[in-house]
Design a protein around this ligand. Structure first.
Ligand code: 4AD
Ligand code: MG
Length: 465
């Protein structure tokens, strides 16, 4: 691969080897007697420079696929990115590309325009890097979980329930009557993961989740990857919070000491952008992350408003959801880094959460649940997690209160009887979380819009390729 040529220090004897590379032409510069082609094979964001005769470069243009054999040698001019170049002996063009119609051009093209070219966009160095980054993060996560005695599980994509109760499900109704009643694309694998954690006490999953959420923002997708964890035999949020911090720090350590990290920094835009990103990684590693309760967060936000430090569109009031503007202010201004906000009001959260363990002071006896959101600068909410209600009677009461079907005598599709039954035989205290994997990619790569963090983004109104 090109990366093994470019990134492996070559000994002198190796330097004059004959090598063959295959890839796509990024650019061609034609001089009077000689041409220079930058060729990429996707193994690195850096292209290799091939030196060709005029004839050899005849059918070469940006976008074409090629096979070039030649001598890998000291670059004559010694300038530019690489000290070596490929002196072409044999050039074979597999697929020509008409430079007049090839949509990817060397000039600046806006993210919006490139989103209309999803079938070609991954050839752009920054996008190629994101493919490598996602894959590298998943490898590290796999090793991290194995080392910590977790097993990886698969949860279904087609489900009969709306885990979050948010009503943001995509419904499957065809072919007609296939499943007798409508089914849904999963919004979260949590409920299924909870059945598995009653068999194996440490489980994790990474899979696609779907939300028919009309939020047209830089952090919402209709199809996104969620990393989910469930742990049995825990009775506080501490182990979950510690695991997340350790996990993200492990990911950062692994990228920041590797070629993947160096390429991610240069893909971030070089110069100031790269420095900023490196600073972000360092900051995340150096500190232990902050933690406050929802109730404290509301009073911090309230006093910031009172002191005239900030103005919000929605005033922060106890009992109301934290808005994106509140989350941003907490993570960016108050804590200038990640912060776990714990113990939200019960009324804001789904049916499955356990009441707060050590009841933190809430105004007028407001009830809170044992949960947390991890907020980070720029991205906002990165993780949501909680302890789960493990007691049969309490869970049943809450499900009834929220109008969730628990019996399926009438063959109601969305019955959660199975979920309730878990609490009947050998129930244990347990908890878990879900992390938005694409949001994590944005945060670690310094990508501003989640529509760039996945190769094939789907969001409200758009599913093009
Ligand atoms: O906070 P959420 O909705 O939590 C759950 O679904 C739990 N059942 C997870 C669990 O405990 N196992 O989603 C978890 C995370 C969010 O914090 C956010 O990072 C991400 O998933 N997320 C989205 N990412 C991209 N686009 C969307 N529309 C997202 N909605 C949530
Ligand atoms: Mg959430």
């Amino acid at each position: 691969t090109i990366s093994s040529l470019l990134h492996t220090p070559l000994s002198d004897e190796k330097a004059s080897e004959t090598v063959t590379i295959t890839g796509w032409v990024r650019s061609v510069r034609r001089m009077k007697n000689v041409s220079f082609a930058h060729v990429s094979d996707g193994s690195t964001i850096h292209p290799l420079q091939a030196v060709l005769t005029k004839e050899q470069s005849e059918n070469l243009s940006m976008g074409a696929s090629v096979k070039i054999t030649g001598e890998w040698k000291e670059s004559v001019r010694g300038k530019g990115q690489q000290s070596r170049e490929l002196l072409a002996e044999k050039v074979e063009v597999f697929g020509e590309a008409d430079p007049l119609t090839y949509p990817l051009q060397k000039k600046y093209q806006t993210p919006e325009f490139l989103r209309t070219l999803l079938h070609l966009r991954s050839r752009i160095p920054a996008n190629t890097n994101l493919l490598h980054l996602r894959s590298g993060l998943i490898s590290t996560l796999t090793a991290f979980f194995a080392e910590n005695s977790f097993i990886q599980c698969h949860t279904p994509v087609i489900t009969s329930s709306d885990c979050e109760g948010g009503g943001e499900v995509f419904t499957i109704t065809r072919p007609k009557d296939f499943f007798k009643t409508p089914k849904y694309l999963t919004v979260s694998g949590q409920l299924h993961l909870e059945t598995l954690v009653a068999a194996v006490p440490r489980v994790w999953a990474l899979g696609p989740t779907f939300r028919a959420d009309k939020s047209d923002t830089a952090r919402h997708l209709s199809e996104f990857y969620m990393l989910e964890v469930e742990i049995a035999f825990i009775d506080t949020l501490d182990p979950l919070i510690a695991l997340i911090e350790d996990m993200v720090k492990t990911l950062i350590r692994s990228i920041s000491t590797s070629r993947l990290g160096r390429e991610t920094l240069s893909a971030a835009g070089g110069g100031d952008k790269a420095k900023e990103l490196e600073e972000r990684w360092r900051g995340l590693l150096e500190r232990s992350w902050s933690r406050i309760t929802y109730t404290e967060a509301i009073s911090r936000l309230g006093s910031a408003v009172e002191q005239g430090d900030v103005q919000f569109v929605s005033p922060p009031v106890w009992g109301a959801a934290l808005q994106a503007e509140h989350e941003r202010f907490l993570a960016q201004t108050v804590f200038n880094g990640p912060v776990f906000v714990t113990d939200y009001p019960k009324g804001l959260k789904p049916f499955y959460m356990l009441p707060s363990v050590s009841t933190p002071p809430a105004p007028e006896g407001g009830e809170t649940v044992a949960c947390f959101d991890l907020l980070v600068p720029t991205v906002g909410e990165l993780v949501g997690g909680s302890l789960r209600e493990h007691r049969y009677d309490e869970l049943l009461a809450e499900m009834r209160r929220q109008g969730i079907t628990v019996r399926d005598e009438d063959e109601e599709a969305e019955s959660l009887r199975w979920y309730l039954e878990l609490r009947k035989w050998g129930s244990v205290k347990h908890g878990g979380f879900g992390l938005g994997f694409d949001r994590l990619v944005c945060y670690l790569a310094g990508v501003e819009n989640i529509r760039e963090a996945v190769a094939f983004p789907r969001w409200y109104g758009r599913c093009d390729c």
